[in-house]
Each structure stands twice: as C-alpha cells, then as structure tokens.
Design a protein around this ligand. Structure first.
Ligand code: FAD
Length: 454
C-alpha cells in the first residue's frame, strides 16, 4: 500500500513532518521524550486502524500505538516510523441495565468517569483523569477502586482489536480466550485495541481526601499504614505516598514546600463506616493535615490533574512489594527525605483485596501475591533539572529494590530491557511469548514492554 492509497481511504488525519499540527501531534505527556515519527495516523474508526496497520506492515515501518500518550517511557511514539494515534476515538456508551460501559481505544480516564458517573456507576481506572484507558488497562490498571473492585483487567469483559495481519477480532472469555488472557496484563503487544467493554459498579460518592504527616514521623506512620490497610475491609482504601506539599490554596501556606508521608483515601463504604474505620489510622502520630469527606468519584479522579499538566519532565522506576519490613521502611524514609523540591513523588498502591482473588495464571498480570505496587517518579517542569530528578529516582530505586518482590508493574516502568519485562511476567512469560508468536510472529507491535515471539 502506498501513502496515496492510504490517504484515499482514510477518514482521519495523516500528518507528516512538514504538516501543520505535526509538532503538537508528536508530543507525548512526558516532555523528556522527544521523538519524530515519519507519519502520524490519527484514526477515527476501526477501518482507519486496519488501513494504518496494513500500511505500516507493508512498508516495514516501526509502529507505535498511541492511546492517551501518558506512558513514562514514551511508548506511544517512535522515531522515524508510524504512530497509530487513537486520540480521536473517544466515544463511550453505557448500558445501565447490563451495568457495562464500552469505550473507544483513545478514551482517557476522564471520558470513562464522565460517562459512567451520570448513571451512578464506575469501573476501576487510574488516579489522573488524562491517562489513556487502553494503555492503562492493557498493563493491568491500578487505582482508587483496586481494593474493592479489582484491577481494570478484572473488570474487562471484551476488547475489539486489529491484529498485526490486519484482521479485526474480539477478545473475550468466549471469543479468542487465549488472546483475552494475554491482553489482561500483556500491554500493547498483541494488536491495536479499538474498543473495550467493562463491568460497572455502583460508585457515586466516595469518602476521600488526604491525611499528611511530616516526613519526620514517616517511619512510624508507614509501618502503621501497612498494617492498617492490609487488615482493612475492601471498601476502605487509600494509597500511601511521599510528596512535597504543593504551594496551592488547597493547602495551608505553612505546609507549602514541606515533605510529607501521605495517605490519599478513597473509601466506597458508607460515610459513617468510612469515618469510624479510618479514624484510628488518621489518629496515628500527629497529622499535619487531615481532610477526608464525601467527594463525587470523578472529582477525586481528577484531583491531581492541575498539579500534573502535560509537558513536565518525568523519570520512572517501580517494583512490586509484598511487605515493607523495618529496614525497607528506613531506606524509604532516608531516600524520601532527599526528594527534590517540587513535584517528585513516591506512591505505594495497595493491590490486595479484590485484586488478589484471581490466581497468578488467570491473567497475564502475574503478581497477584504482591500487596503494593510501588512507583518512584522524579518530576520537574525544567528540562535542566532532568538529570537531577533522574539520579534521585535511580538512587531511591537502588536503595529499596532489594526489599521488593523482583518485578514491576509494566505501566510504571521506563524502557528497562528484556530481563525486567520477564521479571514482571514471571511464570506467565513463556505462555505470553507463544501467544505473541501466534498473533504477531514478526513482532510488528514492538514499541512496548516487549514480549518477543517464542
Ligand atoms: C500522571 C500519570 C498517572 C498515572 N497513574 C496511573 C494509575 O493510577 N494507575 C495505573 O495503572 N497507571 C497509571 N499511570 C501509568 C499508565 O498506566 C501508563 O503510562 C500507560 O501506558 C498509559 O496509557 P496511555 O494510553 O495513556 O499511554 P500511551 O503512551 O498512549 O501508550 C502506551 C502504550 O500502551 C499501549 N497502548 C495504548 N493504547 C493502546 C491501544 N488502544 N491498543 C493497544 N495498545 C495500546 C501501547 O503499547 C503503547 O505503546 C499513570 C501515568 C501518568 C503519566
């Protein structure tokens, strides 16, 4: 297929390096990534995606898939190749009677929450509303609703996909079940997902907000947090974090710029129950701020958006963790105390509760025995600070990695190579590699946390 032939049948937009709009279209969320694809195919439907896949394959182009463009390592864009960009495909449809939602492959979290909240329902997604639903889900999908409702993949019912050979298929428990297994954790390795269908849960208002403790109390509070959260009912949740209080009116000015250990709460329990059960944890030590109350779910989901606009420098490292022992906590506190001023953060997401119900081999996502997904991010607006935040992030990781379970959540990694990808899938890697051989033998989809064909 020639470019002219592609153009003749394409409904979306095709952007080459000299076209107006190209510079904006090639940008991804992480400004540390600066890549120049040869062609950006902004698809509007599955037919466009099928044509773009055929064009990329027949012309031997390195091909990236872009959903929300949030990937830390910039896996939604590539140099000198083709980007199949789904950012124009953001339709949603809720079926309130069946309690399901279908979203197109370019939807971001905010699109999903907006659509479902109107019906008093939600499905697990991430914690920032501009993250792509497809990219987040295909890696697993961790967020505020993980303890009560599981990972995003645990609520995925079906996905429509365009495979490397151009075929359009559906993956579900009934249709292509092996492919359905692979895409629940295996990332964008198996094809372009044009739409996803999820199960919904009755979630309208949650008890949410932050409790902050000065970092000097972090050793005591982090140990108490771990014990508390792993023993709490599933409708009580909150992720732990090290952060610096941002200088915004939301927080008292005397706290601005101070380093804190925080819990960002999200409880789906009734408000009185949430208040009663979280109170003991919120009374540990001397909190500097405690602001928990009823919040519409989409408000919580977009709470961090203004602090984290696109265009910042980001450097990522991650691990799965079973338990934070005394030594590990000491290492965390020491590294967090050296956190660069500004937006750098460390999050520890509890991934027990409903996410522990599937067995390690039920989905490609294998770490069902881990209790926390840890992510360390160096974040700064200034490109000249990129080396500094990168070094802090790497040093932090080196200090705490020995206490981890070995692998990491693929969506929280930069490009760290094959061994790290294998460690993240553990015993599921071999099956993934044989399914990759079945569905993408030439490794056409390789701009991702790559699973090589067996
Ligand atoms: C600010 C921020 C907050 C985050 N918070 C969370 C969180 O709370 N929970 C969580 O689990 N993760 C979180 N993440 C990580 C996020 O899951 C990954 O960055 C993920 O890759 C983002 O997906 P995307 O579609 O936006 O990315 P893109 O950069 O567009 O794509 C990344 C990769 O995903 C795959 N992909 C994307 N769309 C498709 C598609 N339609 N079909 C096939 N493959 C596709 C491709 O392999 C692509 O290379 C966060 C990231 C950021 C930057």
């Amino acid at each position: 297929m020639s470019l002219d032939q592609l153009r003749a049948g394409f409904r979306g937009q095709l952007l080459q390096q000299d076209d107006a709009g190209y510079e904006d279209a090639r940008k991804v969320y992480n400004a540390m990534i600066d890549r120049r694809p040869r062609l950006i195919a902004r698809c509007v439907d599955a037919a466009d995606v099928m044509a773009a896949v055929q064009y990329g394959r027949e012309n031997g182009l390195l091909t990236a898939i872009r959903g929300g463009g949030h990937n830390g390592g910039g896996l939604g864009v590539c140099d000198d190749g083709l980007v199949i960009d789904l950012s124009r495909m953001r339709g949603t449809r809720v079926d309130p009677a069946a309690r399901t939602v279908r979203v197109q492959g370019g939807c971001v979290g905010g699109d999903l929450d907006h659509a479902t909240h109107a019906f008093g329902m939600a499905t697990p997604g991430g914690t920032v509303s501009t993250t792509g639903v497809a990219g987040l889900t295909l890696g697993g999908g961790i967020g505020h609703l993980t303890r009560p409702c599981g990972l995003a993949i645990d609520n995925l019912l079906a996905a429509d996909m365009v495979l490397a050979d151009g075929r359009f298929v559906t993956a579900s428990e009934k249709e292509n079940p092996d492919l359905f297994w692979a895409i629940r954790g295996g990332g964008g390795n198996f094809g372009v997902v044009t739409s996803l269908q999820f199960r919904l849960h009755p979630v309208r208002v949650v008890s949410a907000g932050p409790t902050f403790w000065p970092v000097e109390q972090a050793a005591e509070v982090m140990a108490a947090y771990q014990e508390f959260i792993l023993g709490a009912p599933e409708d009580i949740s909150g992720f732990g974090a090290f952060l610096t209080v941002p200088p915004v009116p939301l927080f008292p000015s005397e706290l601005h710029g101070r380093k804190m250990f925080a819990i960002i709460w999200c409880c789906t329990a009734a408000p009185e129950k949430a208040e009663k059960l979280t109170r003991p944890m919120r009374s540990v030590g001397k909190p500097a701020l405690d602001h928990v109350g009823p919040v519409p779910f989409p408000v919580l989901q977009s709470l961090f958006d203004p602090l984290l606009p696109p265009g910042l420098q980001w450097y990522w490292r991650a691990d799965f963790v079973k338990a934070f022992g005394k030594e590990a906590i000491a290492a965390h506190v020491a590294q967090a105390s050296r956190m660069p001023a500004g937006l750098s953060q460390v999050h520890m997401y509890p991934i027990d509760g409903a996410a522990h119900r599937p067995a390690a081999k039920d989905t490609a996502f294998s770490y069902r025995d881990a209790n926390f997904a840890l992510v360390i991010v160096g974040v700064d607006p200034k490109p000249e600070n990129a080396p500094m935040i990168t070094q802090w992030c790497k040093d932090y990781f080196d200090a705490v990695h020995p206490f981890s379970s070995g692998g990491a959540y693929v969506n929280f990694m930069m490009d760290e190579g094959q061994e790290r990808v294998k460690a993240s899938f553990r015993d599921n890697y071999e099956r993934l590699a044989s399914l990759k051989k079945k569905y993408d033998p030439a490794n056409f989809f390789r701009v991702n946390q790559n699973i090589r064909p067996a």
